[in-house]
Design a protein around this ligand. Structure first.
Ligand code: SAH
Ligand code: SF4
Length: 354
């Protein structure tokens, strides 16, 4: 009898469809008992595609000269945050390429402060803010936290140092990413990480180790998505074969993560929804309880191409798909990670309504 809390490699490598169904059922049960049927929202504002790094898999890498680089002005981001609020999306995620200058961090701090000040009214805590801007220094993360951001996403991409070093240039260090995750936790952020599934050369053994990594690090938020090859990147022509099937294995990884860490927040990634039309439906069944509707202005969307053919869905479409899967969209709530509050022995703020 396969144990979903231990036999990771066996589950991931199995082609038995009965086993896959049982796994999703088990994950759904855990999910309903621990985080309920709600799917929380993070309005995604991709405020800049300028990046100083050169990750081998990503369309925003600095050596890709085929995209127009942009950075939104403070007032534009503020306007988008108002749109989020009007739609009932009370948490936003500010994402960008990595630029670790103090000038850039000053700018992000001023954006975060402006959104907080603008959205805090009548004693309400305003919009919840997640950041995803890459590796920064302790002092820079601290300044952003003090400005009002309280969640941070930094994927490890693969917890295997050997695979990490195959998909990044030699100047990007696995150890540095671990240090960043430690710093974020130390400062008091709700910490999110995650990986790509189906990377060239990645095996079920690697994925099983990623699950152990999430558990050992006691992660508050997870983002697991399929790797989608981008033609303007070096990894597009890699000689390493893709060994694990990205779609089914992302779903399996989500389900196993939900069982291992029952009360984390886990996103149904846009990449998962991009590669298959039923990505959202199966993603919520596999335990995903967060979606990220894109609020980035249309004129910049094609220039924020981490991968190709990204699928954009309106809030109405997301709502329909979530409800068709038997779940509910949590409008008008922050939807913080329950795991974070339990980790710190604090009561969960059920009703932060912004
Ligand atoms: N620059 C920041 C945030 C933007 S990138 C950072 O790197 O953390 C956000 C995520 O996009 C990355 O962590 C990576 O996992 C994902 N990504 C990049 N290229 C991708 C690709 N080709 N397919 C799927 N996901 C990709
Ligand atoms: Fe830059 Fe992030 Fe893409 Fe790496 S993954 S190239 S840091 S945007």
């Amino acid at each position: 009898m396969i144990d979903f809390t231990r036999d990771y490699e066996q589950v991931l490598s199995s082609t038995d469809s009965g086993l896959f169904c049982r796994l999703l059922e088990a994950a759904e049960k855990v999910r309903l008992a621990s985080v309920g049927d709600e799917v929380h929202l993070r309005g995604l504002i991709e405020f800049s595609n300028v990046c100083q790094l050169d990750c081998y898999y990503c369309g925003l890498r600095k050596s890709n000269h085929a995209i127009r680089r942009y950075r939104l002005g403070l007032s534009e981001v503020l306007e988008l945050s108002r749109t989020a609020r009007e739609l009932g999306i009370l948490s936003i995620a500010l994402q960008s390429g990595e630029v670790n200058s103090n000038r850039q961090v000053d700018y992000i701090c001023s954006v975060v402060r402006a959104i907080k000040e603008d959205s805090i009214r009548d004693g309400s805590p305003g919009l919840g803010i997640t950041l995803s801007c890459g590796e920064l220094s302790y002092e820079q993360y601290l300044r952003l936290f003090e400005a009002g951001a309280h969640r941070y996403l930094l994927r490890i991409e693969s917890s295997r140092p050997d695979l990490f070093s195959r998909i990044h240039p030699p100047v990007q260090f696995y150890g540095r990413r671990l240090e960043c995750l430690d710093m974020l936790k130390d400062i008091g952020y709700q910490v999110g990480t995650g990986i790509m599934v189906g990377l060239p050369g990645q095996t079920c053994e690697h994925l099983a180790q990623d699950l152990d990594f999430f558990k050992e690090r006691n992660i508050d938020m997870l983002g697991l998505g399929p790797y989608i090859p981008h033609p303007q990147t070096p990894m597009y022509n890699t000689s390493n074969p893709i060994i694990v099937e990205p779609y089914i294995n992302t779903l399996k990884m989500m389900a196993l993560t939900r069982i291992a860490l029952p009360d984390t927040n886990m996103v149904v990634s846009t990449a998962l929804q991009t590669i298959r039309p039923d990505g959202l439906k199966l993603g919520v069944k596999a335990g995903g309880n967060v979606v990220m509707p894109v609020l980035t202005p249309e004129e910049h969307r094609s220039d924020y191409a981490l991968y190709v053919n990204k699928r954009f869905k309106t809030l109405e479409v997301l709502k329909e798909e979530i409800e068709a899967a038997g779940y509910s969209m949590a409008l008008g709530k922050w939807g913080d990670s329950r795991h974070y509050f339990r980790r710190l022995n604090l009561p969960y703020p059920e009703c932060i309504t912004g």
